[in-house]
Design a protein around this ligand. Structure first.
Ligand code: ADP
Ligand code: LRH
Length: 500
């Protein structure tokens, strides 16, 4: 029987890739055939995503596939970051370039949530962590500042859904990405009537909900012809939210595990069978992000490697060749615990100059005498602080669920940083297992295979992940156990984190 190949497009905030995958003898083989920068751009003083450029990269990826494998392909699926969306006109054109979630238009929208419906009520319905990046806040800014933008819009699609639409001509909102909007009823897994009515969002924007593994349709014949693919290629939606596709690929066994999907954002969570929405999860501001195949992702966003990405950007102005491995090498040589930062402080959300932001944070918190002109020092502060924040969030998750956590799975591009993996094990005091690094691509491909009937369950999907990858293990270092325990206390005190 001919091998069934799937093509995944995984868009991160920093870069995107096209990956071909096929399952043989219970193992997934993956090959990256195209990689490209994504990154938002300033247009008319606002921060936007050039979605048509993303589409162009998809076309390139499909052409690379055809050049290597010919016209036969079982399916294509796209995943992206959450929360961002575009409005489509009746004829399917994008009404404007979608905003990037770091755009400042959402400033002041949190007050509206309290005024119109109340935070508690919104949380009880959606189970989603309050953050200005949420689609809810973005939509509130449309109602508040530019309500005419609703006029010609007949659909609201998330970025990955737009790309699926451009490929297939079919409009639908995939549940996992839609859940990041904070506009769904977490139990009904559909748009919340109450949210739409209370905030004045037009009903026409409630795009039909579909789920990871659903077959959206076949490729638009004109697109197939343009790139040389057969016309029967299916468009199968993975978990369009990258975090949910990544979570599907966690090679976990048993029940005592937590995970971090580590990339631009670090999503720290545990998996549950149903939403956990109660006074404590509200107080701790924890998300119930939609998972695939019936799972719920009880998690918190941590600002993540975005912080080091921004530092690197600044360093690269004078040292264009400085790459991540060298940054890590310099951090290894730097002095431990020179200072702490709270990664989720607003200062680091969209800084003009991130090194200056770190300096401002240290000054505000009375941490003096730190040489921020030293790359290793800055990187080490960031990596140590991230690891300590992971520990804090895992402690919150344990408290909110009563779950015992004895192992942490780290998946995603951030696992390529062995120093951060070791710091994470040290901060937590237990075992960290890392991999797959291409977790999102892996989950995307396997959810397509599930949709095509090649896999029957999440259990089977994770068995395939385990059979197909090597994983690294990091145990907490005994000799520095006391030092890290002390650092955790200092970190919480300096950063003003509430006791758990
Ligand atoms: P995204 O969320 O944009 O998809 P990725 O999962 O691709 O992000 O992760 C990218 C991040 O992983 C980078 O910002 C960087 O911090 C880290 N990273 C990638 N490769 C390495 C490496 N070789 N050494 C250290 N860190 C790395
Ligand atoms: C990670 C991610 C995260 C969202 C953020 C917008 O890429 O999807 O889960 O909160 O981007």
């Amino acid at each position: 029987m001919a091998v069934k190949r799937h093509l995944a497009f995984d868009f991160g905030a920093e870069s995107g890739r096209a990956i071909v995958g096929s399952i043989e003898d219970g193992r997934l083989t993956m090959e990256e055939i195209h990689r490209f920068p994504t990154q938002s751009m300033f247009v008319h003083h606002s921060l936007r995503w050039n979605v048509y450029r993303f589409y162009e990269e998809i076309i390139r990826g499909m052409r690379s596939y055809v050049a290597k494998y010919g016209s036969e392909l079982e399916s294509i699926g796209v995943d992206t970051w959450g929360v961002d969306y575009g409005f489509l006109a009746e004829d399917g054109t994008l009404l404007e370039m979608p905003y990037q979630y770091r755009d400042s238009r959402t400033n002041g929208t949190a007050e509206f949530i309290e005024k119109k419906l109340g935070k508690k009520k919104v949380y009880d319905i959606t189970g989603i962590q309050f953050m200005n990046i949420n689609t809810l806040n973005q939509m509130i800014s449309v109602v508040r500042d530019t309500p005419d933008r609703f006029d010609g819009a007949v659909d609201m699609l998330f970025i990955g859904d737009i790309l699926h639409y451009l490929l297939s001509g079919k409009k639908a909102a995939e549940f996992t990405v839609a859940s990041t909007s904070q506009m769904l009823d977490a139990y009904k897994k559909d748009w919340s009537e109450e949210i739409f009515q209370s905030f004045g969002f037009p009903d026409k924007l409630k795009t039909k909900m579909i789920f990871a593994g659903d077959v959206l349709g076949t490729i638009d014949p004109a697109v197939a012809e343009e790139v040389g693919l057969a016309p029967d290629v299916k468009i199968v939606v993975p978990a369009v939210h990258d975090t949910a596709s990544a979570a599907a690929s966690i090679p976990a066994e048993g029940d005592d595990w937590a995970y971090i999907s580590s990339g631009t954002w670090c999503m720290v969570g545990v998996e549950t069978d149903a939403p956990v929405i109660n006074d404590m999860s509200f107080a701790l501001n924890i998300s119930n992000s939609g998972g695939s195949l019936g799972k719920n992702l009880f998690l918190k966003n941590v600002m993540g490697l975005w912080i080091i990405q921004q530092c690197k950007k600044a360093w690269n102005r004078t040292m264009p060749d400085l790459d991540y491995p060298e940054i890590v090498e310099r951090a290894v040589k730097a002095k431990p615990f020179a200072a702490f930062i709270e990664p989720d402080d607003d200062l680091f959300f969209a800084p003009h100059d991130n090194i200056a932001a770190i300096g401002e944070y240290l000054e505000r918190t009375g941490q003096t005498g730190v040489d921020l002109s030293d790359i290793g020092t800055v990187a080490r502060i960031v990596y140590e602080s991230l690891a300590l924040k992971y520990r804090y969030v895992v402690d919150l998750l344990k408290k909110a669920t009563g779950k015992n956590v004895g192992v942490l799975h780290i998946i995603g591009g951030g696992t390529k940083n062995a120093l951060l993996n070791q710091f994470s094990a040290n901060a937590l005091g237990f075992r960290v297992i890392t991999g797959p690094a291409e977790a999102t691509g892996t989950g995307n491909l396997l959810l397509q295979a599930y949709g095509c009937g090649e896999i029957g369950s999440l259990q089977e999907l994770r068995d395939i992940v385990r059979n197909s990858n090597d994983f690294d293990v990091f145990d907490a270092e005994e000799e520095s156990r006391r030092e890290w325990a002390q650092a955790y206390e200092d970190f919480k005190r300096v950063c003003g984190l509430a006791p758990i």
